[in-house]
Design a protein around this ligand. Sequence first.
Ligand code: AP5
Length: 210
Amino acid sequence: MESIVLFGPAGAGKGTQAQRIMDSTGLPQVSTGDMLRAAVSAGTPTGVEAKKYMDAGQLVPDDVIIALIKDRIQEADAVNGVMFDGFPRTIPQAEALANITEVSHVIAIEVPDERIVERICGRFTCSECGAVYHDKFNPTTVEGMCDTCGSEEFKRRADDNADTVMSRLSAYHEQTSPLAEWYQSIGIFHIINGDREIDLITEDILSALK
Ligand code: AP5
């Protein structure tokens, strides 16, 4: 079993690319952000604990995240590996992951900080299937209707505002960036320029995974 890690700051396009490469890789997307938002909506103890960190744009404590991942990896669809989106984000998370599953590729999507705020503030997702869109950069083909499932219901994230984005970027530079060196040293780190057309980025990721 071998897994892939999609690595990068808030708004780099990890979720967008995960949805596009799922078919080619055959691996399910495992997004810790999505799992935490589901826990917040359900009002579970994990969700209550996580919400205060998420609202502040800070990382949720490692023990909470590692417990979520340990459970998720036991599910039947994870038997051949998964595509992690937004995990690991700290050295202790990467160490825990190394004990759980083998990582074959880390795809680092790089986007300059100054592009991130406009990406985050224009994001919306389909309430039905989770497809990710952007008001300006990636709108639906027919206004008000999801391209993937036809739903007319969309939502925006509570943490997608300019203030929280700055905290999320600081958390990325201080706590997550050091992981790049860690993965570079074991030779599985692929840097992808994420400041381009979405299709070109997908092509580069698929080449890196070959
Ligand atoms: P999480 O949900 O993981 O958020 P994030 O890392 O901040 O990343 P995003 O989901 O915001 O961005 P993305 O890279 O997926 O971009 P997207 O494809 O949507 O985490 C949320 C919170 O949960 C964290 O702050 C933390 O509190 C907690 N958390 C989660 N995991 C954790 C962990 N492991 N440890 C501790 N805490 C954790 O694209 C963004 C927008 O840009 C979209 O509108 C899209 O349409 C558009 N777009 C995409 N690509 C392009 C392009 N090439 N050009 C123009 N626009 C583009």
